[in-house]
Ligand binder design. Structure first.
Ligand SMILES: [Zn+2]
Length: 223
């Protein structure tokens, strides 16, 4: 998500369509940490994020891009094997305005997930957070719930880890959904290393507030 203007456009698009930006009350004192744009096999990307999550004993939701899953199917499987959840983040990471057929784009991504042996995702986050009527309707028709966020770390920019922690901590509360990125492929920054380095701090700040970075039953289907 490259610019502030695009950010504003995304948030404005949310008013018009059904989208979840927080967890359910029944999820209690959980916060959901999400990572967009992977899986990315670069050593400073998804593999490092997975290591840091394990070190912090946290589980997260990875919104994977179909074309990234095609490039790294084993890494996509590893995300699931390590106890995390996968959702869908488009097939080619295009803005909805650049999609001639939103349904076909999502179906292509679902096919990539299936070919990689991933469970069929139930959750969708639009690239750039930007929703349009065709995209919103296509997601609903494919049984995908659209998920936004309530906190972010500005981590598509070149932002140091300590700043990512501070930005996220500002909006930590029960039910918060945190937007982060495990790949720099679609971002102006060169590496997601700072995001990986921020994970321990984000988890510590959450736990200091009595919040647990865990998968919520309302989204895993266990609740
Ligand atoms: Zn993205």
């Amino acid at each position: 998500m490259p610019s502030f203007q695009q950010q504003v456009r995304a948030l404005e698009s949310w008013r018009n369509f059904p989208l979840r930006t927080r967890l359910d009350a029944s999820d209690g004192r959980r916060v959901l940490v999400t990572f967009d744009d992977g899986p990315d096999p670069a050593p400073d990307a998804t593999p490092l994020i997975l290591t840091e999550l394990e070190r912090s004993r946290a589980r997260a939701l990875f919104f994977c891009v179909g074309e990234q899953v095609q490039r790294a199917p084993q890494l996509a499987q590893e995300i699931v094997a390590r106890g995390h959840l996968v959702g869908l983040h488009g097939h080619r990471h295009l803005r909805p305005g650049a999609l001639p057929d939103a349904g076909a784009e999502l179906e292509q991504a679902l096919a990539a997930f299936a070919a990689a042996g991933l469970p069929r995702p139930r959750l969708f986050r639009p690239p750039y957070g930007e929703l349009t009527a065709p995209l919103s309707e296509a997601a609903a028709q494919l049984g995908l719930e659209t998920i936004g966020w309530s906190a972010w770390g500005l981590d598509w920019e070149e932002v140091p880890a300590a700043r990512i922690v501070e930005l996220v901590a500002r909006d930590l509360a029960p039910g918060a959904i945190v937007l982060l990125h495990d790949s720099a492929r679609y971002a102006p920054r060169r590496s997601p290393r700072a995001t990986a380095a921020a994970i321990a701090g984000i988890c510590a700040r959450a736990r200091a507030l009595g919040l647990e970075p865990e998968l919520p039953p309302s989204l895993t289907g266990d609740g």
